[in-house]
Write a protein that binds this ligand. Structure first.
Ligand code: NAP
Length: 337
């Protein structure tokens, strides 16, 4: 986290025009003298990746030399260094499904990178539980929890309006992680079960993306990032999940179309496709089935929600500024070509 604090300090220093101090801080980072604040942030991030590499190679001496100017403690681990980026300072973000699993991990990750997070879930109690665990010590962070039913247009509209009332701006980042499964075989699946899963997973993605995009365009925002959560199952199908796989395939198509329509407003839209991730959703899968799935994953294990959150944070940040309409698989290699 120490590096994040330094990033804000660099930004502050630049704002005050204290060029001499800035140069001293920048020299060890090998950054050009006439660097702008954005470039400084980017350059520092690049250094962070280099630090990670160096650490991986165990070259502790070099790492220490690089860390000294950043005033990071000597015993900083690779994970801490990775966590230290502050790519999302001053960003207002909305995370649906934020009360559990992947959504909760996304809230934590975005907050750790400096974002203000609106945690939204069907259950206000679980939203509040996530809220209580969020770090909030970076510049200007104010988080809030809310209840929303993403399958209801009225509820989604109410949520976006309440965010604008609270923060006087719409969220510039939205991660739509709310979703459900209601499995059954095609031959016996009830119509209502099919409809409910499509309503929450697909229609919910449409309603949330539309409401956020409308608010951003109306506010004259110059950029935004909308991230939907599909599933690898939307690409390859899965026994007992006709409704779920259809809804998730739809989410990908919706996201690509949104990307085409919204790019002229500076709004990027991307879809994350998790494989099998350990969350309350997959807790329902019998152990026998899970061990079979694991045996098919080239990386040999289930994913962690934090590993999906890492990709969402990338898509939320300017590091992905030239990425739109993409579907990124986070599967440990499951079902690669
Ligand atoms: P999770 O732990 O069950 O989290 C989903 C959250 O969404 C829950 O808090 C759930 O509340 C909430 N939710 C359900 N219906 C909602 C609605 N109508 N409005 C607002 N919130 C609602 O599941 P997860 O594994 O983190 O899944 C997150 C997303 O990743 C989902 O879209 C899922 O389809 C997708 N995904 C997950 C995996 C995986 O392996 N876990 C794989 C591929 C894709 P309740 O608990 O009360 O229902």
């Amino acid at each position: 986290m120490a590096t994040s604090r330094l990033l804000s300090r660099l930004t502050l220093v630049t704002a005050q025009g204290a060029l001499r101090v800035k140069r001293r801080l920048l020299r060890p980072l090998a950054v050009k003298r006439r660097t702008t604040t954005t470039q400084i942030n980017m350059a520092t991030s690049r250094l962070l990746s280099r630090l990670t590499l160096v650490t991986a190679q165990g070259a502790l001496r070099v790492k220490r030399r690089l860390l000294r100017p950043l005033a990071v403690k000597r015993r900083t681990t690779t994970t801490q260094i990775n966590m230290a980026t502050s790519r999302l300072l001053s960003r207002l973000t909305l995370v649906t499904g934020g009360g559990s699993g992947i959504g909760r991990a996304v809230c934590q990750r975005l907050a750790s990178e400096g974002a203000s997070v609106v945690v939204a879930d069907i259950s206000e109690e679980s939203s509040n539980e996530t809220l209580r665990g969020l770090p909030g010590d970076l510049r200007g962070q104010v988080h809030m929890a809310a209840a929303v039913d993403v399958s209801s247009k009225e509820s989604v509209k109410k949520l976006v309006t309440s965010i604008q009332t609270h923060y006087f701006q719409p969220p510039s980042v939205c991660v739509h992680a709310a979703g459900i499964t209601q499995d059954d075989f095609l031959l016996s699946m009830e119509e209502e079960v099919f409809d409910r899963v499509v309503q929450v997973n697909l229609k919910g993605s449409f309603l949330v993306a539309q409401a956020v995009a409308q608010a951003l365009v109306a506010a004259g925002a110059t950029k935004g990032s909308i991230i939907t959560v599909g599933s690898i199952v939307g690409k390859v199908g899965n026994l007992g999940q006709a409704n779920y796989s259809a809804s998730k395939a739809g989410v990908e198509g919706l996201t690509r179309t949104a990307a085409k329509e919204l790019s002229r407003f500076g709004i990027r839209c991307n879809c994350v496709l998790p494989g099998f991730i350990s969350t309350p959703m997959t807790d329902k899968i019998p152990d026998k089935v899970l061990s079979k799935i694991k045996s098919l994953v080239p990386l040999g294990r289930m994913g962690d929600p934090e590993e999906v959150a890492d990709v969402c944070a990338f898509l939320a940040s300017d590091d992905s500024r030239y990425v739109t309409g993409a579907s990124i698989e986070v599967t440990g290699g499951l079902f690669i070509g």
